[in-house]
Write a protein that binds this ligand. Structure first.
Ligand code: NAD
Length: 362
């Protein structure tokens, strides 16, 4: 049912397609810029150099030091490189870590950003920046960090390994899931959310077996864009807060943590968000939202238990304490006992709820 709502569009120019990276130089020019510093992780430095060749005279150099969680020390080194290069624009080529570095530079200098995402994380569509200083992660929301232009090139996702394809894709699905029950949800974003879940959940199982399937890659990247729009437009709840706590406290990998926790967070919120659950089940083509997500993660063959990705068992109680320290809005009240059980289930990788299949019980 449509109720009163507010919808605010974010001013981002998007180009989507196979081979769209060839337009990077044109897009730099459209921003009124003439020299671009290319940003990558160390692992993607070669792709950054290749882009530099394509940019020609507009290439001001490469900073290949982006790392997970945007440590302030790395941003300071990148600021020096930016000054030395004389660039008037940055082009971030990579996943959420590289996008985060571009945003951190924009926050400090006001420089324009072209982002070329190569994972499904969705950071490029959000005015959100998480930064780490002395091991503490803080998050800000500001239009100052919103990229001006995003180029989605399906070809760049062909090299995503199956594991990262799966976890990054479920990370994207998590944005859409929480958008469907967000306090500030609206019908436009809910349309994008449902279609984002549908396209990604359809494409990911294909990509695990056929990573170079162009049609599935196109669907997945399109779905990731929709899910990124959801994250940028409305507030997130239990799932994102909990992943933030778990990732920060135990230094767990970002996309894997999201993938493991999502079915459990959805099971927790299900009784309080029936319309969202109906949309998720429609999108997944499954009879139940939490079970459908758990089955998707299972089919993708990636870790289903926090114990598998480095969380210590004694961390369950500590994480439950931290998770209820700073109250936030969630469709279902967040209780310590409830969250403790949720984390314990996710730690063990058990199916949410009691309905375990005979095959799993065996
Ligand atoms: P990532 O950017 O850390 O990338 C993981 C690894 O995969 C890196 O080594 C990277 O170089 C490599 N990689 C990326 N694309 C590849 C490709 N196509 N082929 C081969 N290798 C590739 O991972 P991520 O999950 O995209 O991003 C996680 C980070 O993004 C976290 O720090 C998270 O907090 C942040 N994030 C922020 C937001 C936001 O809105 N601010 C949203 C989502 C994620």
């Amino acid at each position: 049912m449509i109720e009163t709502f507010t919808y605010e569009a974010l001013p981002i120019r998007v180009r989507f397609g196979r081979g769209a990276i060839a337009e990077a130089g044109v897009e730099v020019g459209k921003l009124g810029a003439t020299r671009a510093l290319v940003l990558t992780t160390p692992q993607q430095a070669a792709e950054g150099e290749k882009l530099g060749v394509e940019l020609g005279a507009a290439y001001a150099g490469l900073f290949a030091g982006a790392t997970m969680h945007t440590p302030v020390g790395v941003t300071e080194a990148a600021l020096e490189a930016l000054k030395a290069s004389g660039a008037d624009c940055v082009v971030a080529l990579g996943g959420g870590s590289t996008t985060g570095l571009g945003k951190a530079l924009a926050l400090r200098t006001g420089i324009s950003q072209v982002v070329i995402p190569t994972t499904y994380a969705g950071s490029e569509m959000t005015p959100i920046l998480g930064e780490t200083r002395d091991g503490q992660k803080t998050t800000i929301r500001s239009l100052d960090v919103l990229p001006e232009t995003v180029i989605y090139d399906v070809n760049l996702t062909l090299s995503l390994p199956p594991g990262l394809t799966a976890t990054s894709g479920v990370n994207a699905i998590a944005h859409a899931v929480e958008a469907l029950y967000a306090r500030d949800r609206n019908p436009v974003i809910s349309l994008m959310a449902e279609d984002g879940i549908r396209t990604l959940s359809g494409a990911l199982p294909i990509l695990i077996h056929e990573p170079a399937n162009l049609e599935a890659r196109t669907q997945a990247l399109y779905g990731a864009w929709l899910c990124g729009c959801c994250l940028g437009a409305v507030g997130m709840a239990l799932h994102h807060k909990l992943c933030h706590t778990l990732g920060g406290t135990f230094d767990l990998p970002h996309a894997e943590t999201h993938t493991i926790v999502l079915p459990h967070a959805v099971a927790y919120n299900a009784p309080a968000a029936p319309e969202a659950m109906a949309a998720i089940t429609r999108a997944l083509g499954a009879p139940d939202a939490a079970q459908g997500l758990f089955d998707l993660v299972r089919a993708l063959g990636v870790p289903r238990a926090l114990s598998q990705i480095g969380m210590p068992e004694e961390g369950i109680e500590r994480a439950a304490d931290i998770a209820v320290q700073n109250p936030y809005w969630n469709p279902r009240p967040v209780t310590r006992d409830g969250i403790r059980d949720l984390i314990a289930n996710a730690y063990a990788g058990e199916r949410p709820g009691a309905a375990r299949s005979a095959e799993e019980a065996a």
